[in-house]
Design a protein around this ligand. Sequence first.
Ligand SMILES: Cc1ncc(COP(=O)(O)O)c(C=O)c1O
Ligand SMILES: N[C@@H](CCCC[NH3+])C(=O)O
Length: 430
Amino acid sequence: MTLAELLPSLGAVEPLTGQCWPRGTHLGPDADLVVDGTGLVGLAARFGTPCHVLSEGHARAAARDFRRALPRAEVLFAGKSAPIRAVYSWMADEGLSLDVCSAGEVEVGRAAGVPGARMVLHGNAKTDDDLKAAVAHGVRRVVVDSASELPALAALCPAGQEVLIRVIPEVDAHTHAAITTGVRGQKFGVPAEDLPAVAAAIARHPNLTLVGLHCHIGSQVTRVAAYETAVRRMVHLLPGPLRDLDLGGGFAAPYHPGEPTFDVQGFATRVQIALQQECAARRLPQPTLLVEPGRSIVANAGITLYRVVSVKPGFAAVDGGMSDNPRPSLYGARYAPRLLGRTTRAHRTPTTVVGRHCESGDIIAENAPLPADLHPGDLLAVPATGAYHTALASNYNMVCRPPVISVHNGHATPRIRRESLSDLMARDLG
Ligand SMILES: Cc1ncc(COP(=O)(O)O)c(C=O)c1O
Ligand SMILES: N[C@@H](CCCC[NH3+])C(=O)O
């Protein structure tokens, strides 16, 4: 029996293992966890559950890791991963630009004080409203996903609008099919053979200027080698000297103890060497590298707090679920919850933590080793919920979405308030 397995039977607190929790998280008194200086048990009492907690310190440090590893590159925060004004402004503070893909994300960026000159607009179906919002805010670069969007873009954009072309690099990132984007047969980007025609079509619009190429191979990508292949292919596809080469994001985050964090430094080294070699071989000047990390910056900054509402053999049901975290039902993702706020001598038993929604796929964690005496009122903390949780949340079953509370150096600040029944009814016109 390992020490970790033995401790619960002694009534001791389980040690924290793995890299899923925000940096610096440590055990507090009475089986609490202290995140960025703040105890989670007190936060749950103060703000209620379910509740998303975000460590500002972790998010900022992870952003700095990218800046340090790639000092000559432009690092853009993938705004879709955490469309929260405070998060966008932390990222801007840390010197990151912003990748947006809707009028809504432009608006959050504008409210956070991010200038259009630091934004890139993406999307495979940009509406006129998206383009107008981007133009109104002076978004400097737009990534073209197909030639068919050029007339609308040229009609709405000002003279000198910079564009990049999103190309399919034909690199399989070996991630979930729903978030694989670098291969043929998915909806994003232009096949390599169509690139010359799209570049020629851009050249026919006098107010559009082609400044670079873009690719994005997928999300929750663990293999650095996939990016190295992508950069080599992309340099091969450059139609001539271009200013920008945007490799997208997708860098993996750990969701379970034992999963590694993405090797940002290793990525930077290998990709920069590949870029230099391929450009030298083609006698091209090296473009500026752009990267668009989202998940790898914010996923492990986040924790969701839930109360257990009911238990039955093998199951514990909590006061949230797929409305605040649809990732298990979308991608088969599974999380690693931890009991907070009390010690117990009960043995650990495989417990499936489920949500409150009317679907049997509403599962947060399958067979998680949790104390056998789990009961209503217990507090569970689920790590690695900082990316694509608030972004993907819904009001399924007319459930109010949870608040987002940031913590930093012992201070807790509400960033998104809890939704109310009147918020829910406000759009129902009877
Ligand atoms: C174009 C683009 N850039 C960046 C990202 C960010 O991905 P991630 O949050 O996995 O880093 C995405 C999402 O996959 C994307 O579609
Ligand atoms: N929503 C996905 C990531 C999508 C990446 C955006 N292109 C997830 O939660 O894993």
